[in-house]
Ligand binder design. Structure first.
Ligand SMILES: CC(C)(COP(=O)(O)OP(=O)(O)OC[C@H]1O[C@@H](n2cnc3c(N)ncnc32)[C@H](O)[C@@H]1OP(=O)(O)O)[C@@H](O)C(=O)NCCC(=O)NCCS
Length: 166
């Protein structure tokens, strides 16, 4: 497929889950549909101004719609058992949302409130996801990353994700 110059270049990264330790983190919980409005607001806040802003659409409403689509199976069945929300004072501040795309778990979205980045939240959420998936019997977690998203790439690569040949 030919890409227009405006289209960011993406590639797939995979991590092997065998040996991923299950991480029990009492501050994380499973996302539900009741979280949609707050998760949408959080997603827009996190993605706004980053190389992946367009993934959240053009505002809170489209971010809510995107998360609703994720819950509804747009990227394969949503996997609540391996998806997590981090809260502070009862409000979501970061989330990792996982689906199963063609049999392989997909980290569809991970995002941290702009006020809470750099504290290890995304790293801990992804660890929790990997541990939960290993316990469910999966051996791989896949994701798509944008070449320009240096921050996300550094995070994923430090967690053992490697590029999958196209
Ligand atoms: C990418 C994102 C999820 C990271 O969330 P976070 O909670 O700040 O991440 P963490 O604090 O767990 O940081 C983990 C790693 O990210 C990288 N990182 C964090 N802040 C960084 C910065 N300012 N510059 C470069 N790398 C950075 C580092 O590798 C860091 O590792 P370290 O903990 O050893 O320093 C967050 O910035 C975000 O929501 N971005 C917008 C949405 C997005 O791009 N999602 C990914 C789409 S593929």
């Amino acid at each position: 497929m030919t890409q227009t110059p405006a289209e960011p270049r993406r590639y797939r990264l995979d991590a092997t889950l065998s040996g991923s330790p299950a991480l029990v983190d009492g501050s994380f919980r499973t996302p539900t549909r009741e979280d949609l409005p707050l998760l949408g607001a959080l997603m827009w806040d996190a993605y706004r101004g980053t190389p992946d802003e367009r993934d959240a659409g053009d505002g809170v409403a489209s971010a809510v719609a995107e998360i609703r689509l994720t819950f509804d199976g747009e990227y394969g069945p949503f996997l609540p058992e391996a998806s997590f929300v981090a809260e502070e004072d009862g409000r979501p501040v970061a989330a990792a949302l996982v689906t199963v795309w063609r049999g392989t778990p997909l980290l569809a979205f991970v995002f941290t409130a702009s006020s809470h980045t750099g504290r290890g939240l995304a790293r801990r959420l992804i660890h929790a996801t990997m541990g939960a998936l290993a316990e469910l019997g999966y051996d791989r977690l896949s994701l798509a990353v944008t070449e320009d998203n240096a921050r996300a790439r550094a995070l994923y690569e430090s967690m053992g994700f490697v590029k999958v040949p196209a």
